[in-house]
Design a protein. Structure first.
Ligand SMILES: Cc1cc2nc3c(=O)[nH]c(=O)nc-3n(C[C@H](O)[C@H](O)[C@H](O)COP(=O)(O)OP(=O)(O)OC[C@H]3O[C@@H](n4cnc5c(N)ncnc54)[C@H](O)[C@@H]3O)c2cc1C
Ligand code: FES
Length: 287
């Protein structure tokens, strides 16, 4: 990844607070924005007093405006300090880092599944594929136990097969032309009460065999959700890419603090999530 990761002083432009410690952060970081791809992440110095950076996935990048967008949840010291940063302040940003999702034009029906703070890379990919136009036909299914940190609207774009209770979508995905539906075990209004994989299975079951051959799955979310998505893909004979979010130290391939075992033709091997991933083929991952 030599020469592809920028180090810059990013300016906080917008910092929105959403329920249960969720935050949407927009930064001016033109060098990162120019190269960012869905599935990649940034490594942020949340506070000048905290030497260890924290990794956060990119939810969007606008190369023309020079901005990147992140969604995170406050879980500990780093994210709590980040939540205190105000518009106009600057923070050191390294990015974009990692191998992004690799969409396959032979499989233009992209089934995108995001859970909790794993939603950002999936939303970024959905919007990029929709903007690319033909042949891409993304469908996004998102799950969250916390209230969704987005403007929700009644869904107009159809997702065949999903239960009628799943009748809301994200305003930004409707605007982008991406059909999407929401799930939550907490039964938020307009969401399917249950798992995002149940929505995925319902949609897949409406597709005739020939259409299924054009499907590829992409997912990011908590480990149990990713394992369930990988099982669903294997059962349906569909390829699947997953973005992993392991604990990290250096974030740029130097410390081996983020390694995971993967299956290779030569047997098990260790891979660094930060630079060999974070996106892996689900069939390679040892769940
Ligand atoms: C590639 C990548 C992308 C990520 N993208 C996002 C994102 O878009 N939005 C977001 O909210 N979070 C994301 N994370 C997780 C985020 O980096 C951690 O929540 C953050 O570093 C916690 O820092 P902290 O100092 O606030 O908490 P700490 O005090 O370090 O930890 C608080 C709690 O969070 C847990 N935790 C810390 N790091 C992780 C991790 N990587 N995965 C799971 N649990 C963790 C700890 O075990 C502890 O229970 C991502 C992680 C990686 C590796
Ligand atoms: S975090 Fe250091 S090698 Fe990945």
């Amino acid at each position: 990844m030599t020469g592809t990761i920028a180090l810059e002083e990013a300016e906080v432009l917008r910092h929105e607070a959403w329920p249960e410690g969720q935050r949407v952060l927009v930064l001016r970081a033109p060098r990162c924005a120019a190269r960012a791809e869905p599935g990649q992440f940034v490594h942020l110095r949340c506070d000048p007093m905290l030497p260890m950076r924290r990794p956060l996935s990119l939810m969007g990048a606008d190369p023309a405006a020079g901005t990147v967008e992140l969604l995170y949840k406050v879980v500990g010291l780093g994210t709590a300090r980040l939540a205190a940063r105000r518009p106009g302040e600057r923070l050191s940003l390294l990015g974009p880092i990692g191998r992004p999702f690799r969409p396959d034009p032979a499989r233009p029906r992209a089934l995108l599944l995001g859970g909790g703070v794993g939603m950002p890379p999936v939303i970024f990919l959905a919007e990029r594929l929709a903007a690319a136009g033909e042949p891409w036909r993304p469908v996004a299914l998102l799950g969250s136990e916390a209230p969704f940190p987005f403007e929700l609207v009644p869904a107009r774009l159809p997702v065949p097969g999903v239960p009628a209770e799943a009748e809301r979508s994200l305003a930004r995905l409707e605007r982008a032309g991406v059909p999407a539906r929401l799930a939550s075990g907490r039964g938020h209004p307009g969401c399917h009460r249950g798992l995002v994989t149940e929505l995925a299975r319902a949609w897949l079951e409406t597709l005739p065999g020939i259409a299924r051959r054009g499907v590829q799955l992409y997912a990011c979310g908590p480990h149990p959700m990713l394992a369930a998505v990988a099982r669903l893909a294997a059962e349906q004979g569909l390829p699947c890419q997953v973005a992993l979010e392991e604990h990290m130290a250096c974030g740029v391939g130097g410390c081996a603090g983020c390694t995971v075992p993967v299956r290779t033709p030569q047997g098990l091997a260790m891979r660094r999530v930060c630079v060999d991933g974070p996106v892996f083929d689900a069939a390679e991952v040892v769940w």
